[in-house]
Design a protein around this ligand. Structure first.
Ligand SMILES: Cc1cc2nc3c(=O)[nH]c(=O)nc-3n(C[C@H](O)[C@H](O)[C@H](O)COP(=O)(O)OP(=O)(O)OC[C@H]3O[C@@H](n4cnc5c(N)ncnc54)[C@H](O)[C@@H]3O)c2cc1C
Length: 454
């Protein structure tokens, strides 16, 4: 708990506007997208790195557990305070400090909303390709801390490919700079990659240097429906053979389309799937690529093949795709989001097996994902009382995990929304990795004050 004396010290660091204690303010920060509820006793809102360093120094000295929060769209329950604890919100560290077209880099504070980066770049010829569906609410600091993926990963790579440097505050309040403001910096260990994806366990990210790319001259979007998933899976292979690399290639089952993209009024049959594609490149080549893609879609059995009429229509499609998870979960109070990576050659079979496993269960399920990179999501919603629902969801998830594993797939951390499945669904970690992870944690945060949820 924060006593009067500590409160006064935080007040001295942050000033009156930097500390929130009113119940309505605390309630605003009481949960993240996992819906785990844990109101903080105090919210601290630093604006500078030196304020963050002083907060960490005090927390370390007094062994105060703290959680770090960006936009609160995380699905792990890590962006909420430990019981009666402190929450450090980085939303006020929201400056885009530098955009350098000649060096193709941007320097940003962690609380910048991700979508703002491309808004800011609109008048230039540059863009930042990582586009997680949460980009309208989440922050770039949260994206780095969770190693967030976007829809363009297969063509443009992951956030790790765009992280050139970081400034991080680690206990007991030390400011570390790693990487550089240059496109290449290969001296020593690549510490930026260690902090990225560490979910705030090793330090507070206070500045980020991002690599930017030249913006493609033109983009075009297409959609097509297929009677079965296997046909859509072949499209990817044929496109690649023709040297067409879509910047986004998404596949959605009919129930996901019905619930999340109902505005498009597509009325798919139960086993049909929807393929959404985006191609980008130079103006002259793109026209040929779109023509070839339409030909391939038709040849592989696509029905209702439709290029977007204009940018507005394409934007609508991608906006609906971006809000798919929120639309699927909606007001349901218990949901489970599973994510798998599968070898491309096994995805059609996986879809088939998944439909038959889920088909016999009383659980509503939706399947969608990134066809080009073989990363898939299953959203499961259960009916009934709380314990029955937890039991049904956990059982089905285990079955799906087993099926994915038997096909050579890898299961990523499941996200429970509105309930706690305990440890039963965690993918087992290799013992060596586990030891290394905890050795690093105790080296960076010896008193275990940062994000002490696990
Ligand atoms: C509708 C929806 C769609 C989503 N789509 C995607 C998607 O397409 N791809 C994807 O990868 N994820 C997705 N997510 C998950 C989540 O939004 C992302 O992981 C996002 O990057 C989190 O950003 P945030 O600012 O909201 O972080 P928060 O939720 O505030 O925090 C997430 C984690 O990062 C830590 N953290 C935040 N800021 C910092 C910092 N400055 N320093 C150190 N640690 C920090 C927090 O402690 C916490 O552990 C989605 C979530 C929702 C609800």
């Amino acid at each position: 708990m924060v006593d009067q004396k500590l409160h006064k010290q935080f007040h001295q660091i942050l000033g009156p506007k930097g500390i929130l204690v009113a119940p309505q303010d605390l309630s605003h920060f009481s949960q993240d997208a996992s819906r785990i509820h844990s109101p903080p006793s105090v919210v601290l809102q630093p604006q500078t790195t030196s304020q963050v360093a002083k907060i960490i120094e005090l927390a370390h000295e007094h062994r105060l557990p703290i959680s770090i929060r960006g936009g609160g769209t995380g699905l792990d329950g890590d962006a909420v305070a430990p019981r009666d604890g402190l929450l450090v919100s980085l939303k006020k560290m929201n400056r885009i400090k530098e955009i350098s077209p000649e060096n193709t880099v941007a320097v940003v504070q962690p609380g910048v909303m991700t979508a703002r980066i491309n808004d800011q770049l609109r008048s230039s010829d540059l863009f930042y390709p990582i586009d997680p569906a949460s980009q309208g609410q989440g922050t770039i600091g949260g994206d780095v801390a969770t190693g967030a993926h976007g829809l363009r990963t297969a063509k443009y790579g992951s956030i790790y490919n765009y992280l050139l440097g970081l400034e991080v505050v680690t206990p007991p309040g030390e400011v570390i700079r790693c990487g550089a403001k240059t496109l290449k910096c290969a001296t020593g260990y690549h510490l930026t990659d260690l902090f990225a994806g560490s979910r705030g366990q090793f330090g507070v990210i206070t500045e980020i240097v991002l690599k930017l790319l030249p913006r493609p001259q033109a983009r075009a979007s297409l959609m097509a429906t297929f009677h079965e998933a296997a046909q859509a899976h072949r499209v990817r292979e044929v496109l690649m053979r023709e040297n067409i690399w879509p910047s986004r290639l998404e596949l959605l089952d009919s129930s996901a389309v019905e619930r999340g993209l109902s505005d498009l009024k597509l009325d798919l049959w139960p086993n049909q799937v929807l393929l959404l594609a985006e191609l980008d490149g130079s103006k002259s080549l793109l026209k040929d690529d779109v023509e070839m893609a339409v030909k391939i879609l038709a040849q592989e059995g696509g029905g209702r093949i439709q290029p977007a009429e204009d940018e507005r229509q394409a934007e609508l499609w991608w906006r609906l795709r971006g809000s798919l998870l929120s639309a699927l979960v909606g007001e349901t109070d218990m949901a489970l989001l599973l994510t798998f990576i599968l070898p491309g050659s096994k995805t059609a079979l996986f879809f088939e097996k998944l439909s038959s496993i889920c088909g016999t269960d009383p659980i509503t399920h939706y399947i969608y994902g990134h066809l080009a990179e073989g990363r898939w999501h299953a959203v499961l919603l259960a009916k009934g009382g709380e314990s029955a629902r937890t039991r049904d969801l956990t059982r089905l998830a285990r079955n799906i995990h087993k099926t994915a594993g038997s096909l050579g797939g890898r299961i990523l951390r499941p996200h429970a929304i509105g309930f706690d499945p305990g440890k039963s669904l965690q993918p087992s970690r290799d013992g060596g990795q586990e030891r290394l992870w905890s050795a690093l944690k105790s080296r960076f945060d010896p008193r275990g004050i940062l994000n002490p949820h696990e």
